[in-house]
Structures are given as structure tokens and as C-alpha cells.
Ligand binder design. Structure first.
Ligand code: FE2
Length: 264
């Protein structure tokens, strides 16, 4: 389980890997559900919100908790008590729905992602960059590998500092080049990586190596949060009334907190 050492590693390096967050029976159910989901998306039977590498080749499948997929295990997994307990210790007691999606390899060609940070501006001034990095984290994300996965690479510790000139050059002009200090976060099936999206990172998928990794997050909820200006297009499908009814009752409070922040 998660130790003080893990928490320290997250602060310093921006990630940690843990072995035993998810019981074997749940892992097996999730793996089978992900195979079904990927098959349906590739066949064109279901498409709630998919990021396509090319026609019929998904690399990121959203909408896993929607009734169209009819796979209640995904919501159950998000509510898995050890995950919730750790999330609360990280973000505080009050949470709202984050997201869950499946990262998977397209079959027709390699799919290398470029280096970036998950912050708004791709090429901020140094002061702006530090301001973004210092802002308190309001979500906790983790990856669960359902088969061995060595796609994620990060620059450990880069969430605490400005990018170097070399890193800037790479992110802006040649995002597929290698960087000094890059580290592969290799996960064995069943392992979970908690990691910070403010690190400089990339995902490198290959067509001939299966990737089946569930990315998920919870978000901190604050009573006085402002309405979102516009619903994030990646989550617009969650406005549909059928979604809430399909979710387990224990998920409703987190869903409702997200829903009331949307103007529509
Ligand atoms: Fe990213």
C-alpha cells in the first residue's frame, strides 16, 4: 500500500508506483471490460467520445462510465475504497468527478506523443510557468496498467522547476526527441502509477505492443467554485440524463457536483 516514502517521491520526483491497489478479481474484470470496449470502438459499434489515431484506430477511449458501453465495473473501480482513501488524503475530503479513460495502442502504426506539460500555455514565459507549477494541485491522477506498459516517460522533478533551454527547444520544435534525464515509468500489469501532469512527460505507443491502461482522476470540490464558462467538449456526453441513472448511487454526489458547475 501507499507509504510515506511514496508520498515523498511524489513531492520530489512527481510520481510513484504502487503494487497492490487493486484486487486481482477486479483487475481481471477491468481487463475483460477494456477488451470489450476497445473491440466495440474499433468495430464502430460504440463511440461516446474517442480520440482517433486514424479511422477505426483509437488511442484514447472516453465515455467508459456511459450506459452505451454497459460496463458498470468502471464506476465501481473509481469508487474502490483504497483509491478513494488515498485521494482524500491527497486532495481533502470533498471530491467531484474527475475522469476515466482507456489509453491503448493503435494497430496500424506507432503512436508517439510529444513532450509537454498538462498546463494551459505550451510556451509560457518563465515567470508564468513557475506560477502554474506553484498553483496547488486540484486533481489526482493515476494510471492502472492492465497489461505491462512502458509507454509513459517523464522528467522526474520537472514539476518543481522551469524547463531548461534544451527542454523548451524540444517541446516547442522537436517534441519527439529524447531529453536528458527522461525516465520510463514501466508498469507491470496490475501496478498503478500516481503522477503529476505538471511534469514534462510524453506517452510513446507502439502498434505491435499492446497497451491497455486505465487513466483516471478525482478532482477536489470546493463549494464556491465558479461555473465553467463552457463545458469541456471531451465531457459533453456526461450532460446526458442517462449517465446519472447508470452510475451507482455512491457516485451520484460526485457526478452532481460536476454537473452543477456546467452552465447547460
Ligand atoms: Fe499529458
Amino acid at each position: 500500500m501507499i507509504t510515506e516514502e511514496h508520498k515523498k517521491q511524489y513531492q520530489v520526483e512527481g510520481y510513484f508506483v504502487v503494487d497492490d491497489m487493486v484486487p486481482v478479481a477486479m483487475l481481471e474484470e477491468l481487463r475483460a471490460a477494456c477488451w470489450r470496449v476497445k473491440k466495440k470502438v474499433r468495430e464502430g459499434t460504440v463511440d461516446v467520445y474517442t480520440h482517433w489515431a486514424s479511422t477505426s484506430e483509437p488511442w484514447c477511449i472516453r465515455g467508459l462510465i456511459a450506459p452505451e458501453f454497459d460496463e458498470p465495473i468502471f464506476a465501481e473501480y473509481m469508487l474502490h475504497q483504497p483509491l478513494m482513501d488515498y485521494t482524500r488524503s491527497f486532495l481533502g475530503d470533498e471530491l467531484r468527478l474527475g475522469w476515466i479513460d482507456l489509453r491503448t495502442n493503435p494497430h496500424h502504426q506507432d503512436f508517439p506523443g510529444g513532450w509537454h506539460r498538462d498546463i494551459g500555455n505550451r510556451d509560457p514565459k518563465l515567470e508564468e510557468e513557475m506560477e502554474e507549477l506553484r498553483r496547488p494541485i486540484n486533481n489526482l491522477r493515476w494510471y492502472l496498467a492492465l497489461v505491462d506498459d512502458d509507454c509513459l516517460q517523464i522528467i522526474p522533478g520537472s514539476q518543481l522547476r522551469n524547463r531548461t533551454e534544451r527542454e523548451r527547444e524540444c517541446m516547442v520544435n522537436s517534441p519527439h526527441d529524447d531529453l536528458p534525464e527522461q525516465k520510463v515509468i514501466a508498469l507491470k500489469a496490475g501496478q498503478v502509477a500516481f503522477w503529476c501532469g505538471k511534469t514534462i512527460h510524453r506517452g510513446k505507443m507502439r502498434m505491435d505492443i499492446e497497451r491497455l491502461t486505465l487513466a483516471a482522476s478525482w478532482r477536489k470540490w470546493e463549494k464556491d467554485e465558479a461555473l465553467e464558462e463552457k463545458v469541456d467538449s471531451r465531457f459533453e456526453w456526461r450532460l446526458d440524463e442517462s449517465i446519472r441513472d447508470f452510475l451507482p448511487p455512491a457516485m451520484h454526489v460526485y457526478y452532481d457536483r460536476w454537473r452543477t458547475l456546467q452552465k447547460n
